[in-house]
Ligand binder design. Structure first.
Ligand SMILES: [Zn+2]
Length: 92
């Protein structure tokens, strides 16, 4: 059962607009969910790539410096966890 976020009216899955207040809740929700999934997936990939590069930077000179890699990995870890939290909230 889908419910309008604004007025809590019950909506059928086919309805893209709230019959009570006219808000286009269903479309917005699915677009947000798709964006959240893509964004989280993209950040995850970047995080693992960065983590891999951090390990590689300890052994190879051809990679960016270890400090740069660690900073980048930490930033991505924070972004990843906040993106996952946002996505989890949307699923409720
Ligand atoms: Zn409504």
């Amino acid at each position: 059962m889908t419910r309008c976020r604004d007025c809590n009216t019950c909506l059928t899955p086919e309805e893209t607009e709230c019959i009570s207040c006219g808000a286009s809740v269903v479309f917005k929700e699915s677009a947000k969910t798709i964006f959240g999934q893509r964004f989280t997936g993209c950040i995850k990939m970047m995080f693992f790539a960065s983590a891999g590069l951090t390990v590689a930077s300890l052994f190879f000179d051809a990679t960016p410096s270890f400090t740069k890699c660690v900073t980048c990995t930490l930033i991505l870890a924070i972004v990843k966890s906040s993106a996952e939290q946002m996505y989890e909230k949307k699923k409720d």
